[in-house]
Design a protein around this ligand. Structure first.
Ligand code: GSH
Length: 307
């Protein structure tokens, strides 16, 4: 199997969503630690401008966004399954809900509580990243509302566990559990020092569930440098992919396009369309340090424009 190279940083909750999946699959993986804010001089040659964390690299194929990273992980390491055929749609839909709602409510709680302790450079970076001013006083004032939203959303997960099932969709974890672990871990680590904080103190099944998830660990990271990762990309050849001729976008292989996240870190990445499926859009680009690479993005949550 070609090595899975994961670009991340320790305190990143979206990275923990993937690291816990590595743990469930008991995987040994290559770890590249990247900065937690711009600039990211050794990541940009690989992604072409996509700046968010995490990113997965497999040779000269670069996978952006945890949504797509987990789909790709499942292809490379199918056992134990995180997307069993009878639960795949349900698990992916739950993960989308969690990523787009619970995560942001939890961020509101964490930033309201500790935003004033973060360095000015980080606050400026996150203002540019989100397109909203990182206003410490406004975040503090909004923290109670963020706590209430976190509670209202997490209660739904608590209800899913109410029949005694150990994981969100049944007896074994799926990507929905990995997605939920992201904000729950963030709250526990950042606000609770590992102990249940509000509103988790009112959600005992979820707290037990988080203990079961934590026990999976993160697999075995083997650290490599960002320069090693660039060398690996340069000496590899991207895997073949194809453009679905029935895709409703009408896009054709060989067209120049840009792909941009629709929510945060809205930096367009430009390249030549080489792959298009219902799940992903893939563009080829080259860079003097990374060589010829194909950068893959999920379709959901990304804006694709012909240039
Ligand atoms: N939808 C993205 C969201 C990723 C995201 O927002 N990651 C945060 C870190 S947890 C980030 O990119 N922060 C800015 C940065 O790392 O530069 C995903 O699922 O990967």
């Amino acid at each position: 199997m070609t090595d899975l190279i994961f670009h991340h940083f320790a305190t990143s909750p979206f990275s923990e969503k993937v690291r816990i999946a590595f743990g469930i699959k008991r995987l040994a993986w290559k770890s590249v630690l990247i900065p937690n804010m711009m600039p990211k001089p050794d990541l940009m040659p690989l992604t072409g401008g996509y700046r968010r964390t995490p990113v997965l690299q497999v040779g000269a194929d670069i996978y952006c966004d945890s949504q797509l990273i987990l789909l790709e992980l499942e292809k490379h390491v199918p056992q134990p399954p995180l997307l069993p055929a009878d639960k795949a749609g349900e698990a992916r839909a739950l993960a989308t809900w969690i990523d787009r709602t619970i995560f942001w409510a939890a961020v509101g709680m964490v930033m309201g509580a500790m935003g004033d302790k973060l360095p000015a450079a980080f606050r400026e970076d996150r203002s540019a990243f989100s397109g909203r001013s990182f206003d410490v006083d406004a975040l503090k004032a909004a923290a109670p509302a963020a706590r209430d939203q976190t509670y209202a959303q997490l209660v739904l997960a608590e209800q899913m566990l109410a029949d005694g099932r150990p994981f969100l969709t049944g007896a074994a974890p799926t990507i929905a559990d990995c997605a939920l672990y992201n904000p729950v871990w963030f709250l526990l680590e950042r606000l609770g020092g590992g102990k249940p904080v509000q509103p988790l103190d009112l959600l005992p099944r979820l707290v037990d569930w988080s203990g079961r998830m934590k026990a999976f660990g993160n697999g075995t990271p083997i650290e490599i440098t960002s320069t090693d990762a660039l060398d690996i990309a340069r000496s590899a050849t991207p895997a073949a992919c194809a453009v679905d001729p029935r895709d409703p976008s009408g896009l054709k292989a060989g067209q120049k396009i840009s792909v941009t996240p629709d929510d945060t870190g809205k930096v367009p990445v430009e390249g030549v369309l080489v792959g298009l499926t219902p799940d992903r859009v893939s563009i080829q680009r080259s860079d003097p340090r990374a060589g010829d690479v194909v950068v893959h993005f999920p379709r959901a949550g990304f804006v694709v424009l012909s240039l």
